[in-house]
Design a protein around this ligand. Structure first.
Ligand code: GLY
Length: 425
């Protein structure tokens, strides 16, 4: 099978690493990829939003499957464009990807299909939004409707902050993504990321992980794309997962099909375990980053047939997924200044060291200079992952490897997986 993976981050490095192990694979191309993938796949330098270029590449290589990593490619309709030329795509159409690209769409959809979630209102007028705060109690959750690079959610502790956030968003801070906003009742609990594959009709649960969204130890500081992850996620008990499967995933896959936008790809549910049970925080139309990295390291089954089956409507014919028993952790090394203004260009030494068979380094934002030096080329730069019989053991391996990487301009959190330390894996 000839496969094109679209994307350049740690998520796509982990996907390429896993796909490269498939006996079904005959050729693997990544666009644009990163230096860490060099030994796994051929790299082609195309932007993930260059739909025409990516379709041309898929046709030229006679791809059997295109695997789309980032939402940016889905939002501009890569899956739709590939469908037009008859190329199978793992990733939803632009219409189905609205589950990620529009918070308002998802909240209204959840209400129509009785997916458990918090009460909400959607607004494009600041005065209406401010008046509606009366319906909610603090803390107020205010979300830009569209994709805003992880910065579009404000949890305002009082009304003054909430009104400022409304003015900020509707005043154009996030451009078109903030032209509408959602105010949502605050959900108290512990959040986890739950994944399911879907071919538009059938769905298959794909495990759960937890990430750390805040930049600093103790879950402090600004939100990021994710500073680390671990799996399994002990908070997602089998009882909670069963509710997520039936009330969220199956209801959503069936609802999207009924509404004429069948969902093909991976559905990523941000789930809050509240006192009233699991509730949907948000959907994403792609694998989480860095959650994907830990899922790939736990997956025993060959991934490729499942991805192809999602793209071709054949998921029901696949057998159950097999998972390794071990716990996996991923620690993100980021460039100083991340998330606001990451310092790019600094040299990293030792990322390609031999850290033993249970440590895996995925690249996220790196580049190689003309002299062969590895340099930081983004906010999140390296993912140091480890696998062990316990979360504590995996954490120790990951941090030991980090200690051997020489990168003074980088940093990481020192407490990844703290919630899982006292819980059985
Ligand atoms: N780690 C969260 C996300 O990928 O959105």
């Amino acid at each position: 099978m000839k496969v094109l993976v679209v994307g350049s981050g740690g998520r796509e490095h982990a996907l390429a690493w896993k796909i490269a192990q498939s006996p079904l694979l005959t050729r693997l191309v990544v666009a644009p990829g990163n230096p860490g993938m060099a030994g796994l796949a051929q790299r082609v330098d195309l932007k993930v939003t260059d739909t025409d270029g990516l379709v041309r590449l898929a046709k030229d290589m006679d791809a059997d499957l295109v695997v789309v990593g980032p939402e940016a490619a889905l939002e501009v309709g890569l899956a739709d464009a590939l469908a037009e030329v008859g190329i199978a795509c793992f990733g939803p159409t632009k219409a189905a990807a609205q589950l990620e690209t529009s918070k308002g769409f998802t909240k209204a959809f959840a209400m129509r299909h009785k997916v458990p979630t918090a009460d909400y209102g959607e607004f494009s007028d600041a005065a209406d939004a401010k008046a509606a705060l009366n319906r909610f109690s603090p803390p107020y959750v205010i979300k830009a409707d569209g994709i805003a690079a992880g910065k579009g959610v404000v949890i305002a502790t009082d009304r003054t902050q909430a009104e400022a956030a409304i003015d900020d968003m509707l005043g154009g801070r996030f451009g078109q993504a903030g032209a509408r906003l959602v105010i949502e009742a605050f959900m108290d609990g512990e959040e986890a990321s739950v994944f399911a594959l879907s071919d538009g009709e059938t769905s298959l649960m794909f495990g759960a992980a937890q990430d750390h969204k805040r930049v600093g130890d103790g879950d402090t500081g600004p939100n990021t794309g994710g500073m680390g992850a671990y799996a399994p996620a002990p908070v997602m008990t089998s009882e909670r997962l069963e509710i997520v499967r039936t009330a969220m995933i199956e209801a959503t896959v069936a609802g999207m099909a009924t509404e004429g936008a069948p969902y093909r790809g991976v559905l990523f549910a941000g789930v809050m375990s509240t006192a009233e049970g699991p509730k949907l925080v948000e959907y994403n139309a792609r694998f989480g980053d860095p959650e994907c990295q830990v899922l790939m390291l736990r997956l025993k089954s060959d991934l490729l047939p499942y991805l192809h089956a999602c793209a071709t409507g054949n998921l029901a014919a696949q057998g159950p997924l097999l998972w390794r028993d071990e716990a996996v952790i991923c620690v993100v090394m980021a460039a100083q200044g991340y998330p606001d203004a990451p310092l790019t260009g600094s040299i990293i030494v030792g990322a390609d060291g031999d850290f033993g068979p249970d440590v895996f380094v995925f690249h996220a934002g790196t580049t190689l200079d003309a002299d062969g030096n590895l340099r930081a080329n983004g906010g999140r730069v390296l993912n140091i992952c480890a696998r062990a019989t316990t979360v504590a053991g995996a954490r120790q391996l990951a941090y030991q490897a980090i200690d051997r990487i020489v990168w003074p301009q980088g940093f990481c959190r020192s407490d990844i997986a703290w919630r899982a330390m006292d819980r059985p894996a």
